[in-house]
Design a protein around this ligand. Structure first.
Ligand code: ADE
Length: 241
């Protein structure tokens, strides 16, 4: 998969693309990431990418002509999918990352905090927000997108953890533990040490349900419970203080 990022801060991607799992995925040829400086598409001699808003108001807006030129120059075919980072969109979900990870080519345009000329929006397929809060620019959101997508392309990670994610479908992850078996009087649950895989699976499912109930009860509103989950939920509720 190829991902192109259009940004006015290309230097922000240096550490990100050369670190840890992300660089490993790129080195293995599973993804190709191209960072493009939007400024290179400005035609004036000072390479301006923004200008003052019509009608007044604070701040500067990114110029539609510069953005559009940058976008057109980085779309290679009819299947290139284009997204604009913006707080003015539905917040990203894991399903969106799965959808993006199946695309051959994605172009991410990083918007900027004071805004962009509204007319640019018609040239992208979709706007993507990473949450209901406002950041200074789209660079961190674009890295969130890339990180979440590349992780899904990594067979090494995905074989096991994707299986777990589908086991946990719609629920938060169950708690996990590693050595030492006891820390400050807090012990790893016995059931996880007994090697009985059936019991461990049921326990983990119960804990996933409990985590979700306590931390994100909204996720359970539309959850389609299995018979086993219904039983476990009953146990959880009866055990609550
Ligand atoms: N730009 C500024 N805030 C943002 C957000 N929450 N998501 C995506 N892009 C943004």
């Amino acid at each position: 998969m190829k991902i192109t990022v259009l940004t006015i801060f290309p230097e922000m991607y240096e550490g990100f693309l050369h670190t840890s799992i992300i660089s490993r995925i790129i080195d293995r040829g599973l993804a190709q990431i191209k960072i493009v400086n939007i400024r290179d598409y400005s035609l004036d001699k000072h390479h301006h990418v923004d200008d003052t808003p019509y009608g007044g108001g604070a701040g500067m807006l990114m110029k539609v002509d510069v953005l559009h030129r940058a976008l057109l120059d980085n779309i290679s075919n009819d299947y290139t999918y284009t997204v604009l980072t913006s707080p003015k969109a539905r917040p990203l979900k894991q399903d969106d990352l799965i959808r993006f990870s199946k695309m051959d080519e994605l172009v991410i345009v990083c918007g900027h905090y004071e805004g962009i000329d509204h007319r640019f929006e018609r040239y992208v397929d979709e706007k993507v927000s990473i949450g209901d809060y406002v950041l200074t620019g789209g660079e961190l959101p674009s890295m969130v997108l890339i990180d979440g997508i590349l992780r899904l392309l990594d067979e090494g990670i995905s074989a096991d953890s994707l299986k777990e994610e589908s086991f946990n479908e719609g629920l938060l992850e169950y708690p996990q533990y590693t050595r030492p078996v006891e820390y400050n009087g807090d012990r790893v649950p016995d059931v996880l040490q007994n090697g009985n895989h059936k019991e461990i699976r049921r326990y983990n499912l119960k804990m996933a349900l409990k985590e979700t109930l306590l931390n994100r009860p909204d996720l359970l509103d539309n959850h389609e419970y299995t018979q086993e989950e219904r039983e476990l939920l009953g146990e959880i509720v009866s055990e609550l203080p």
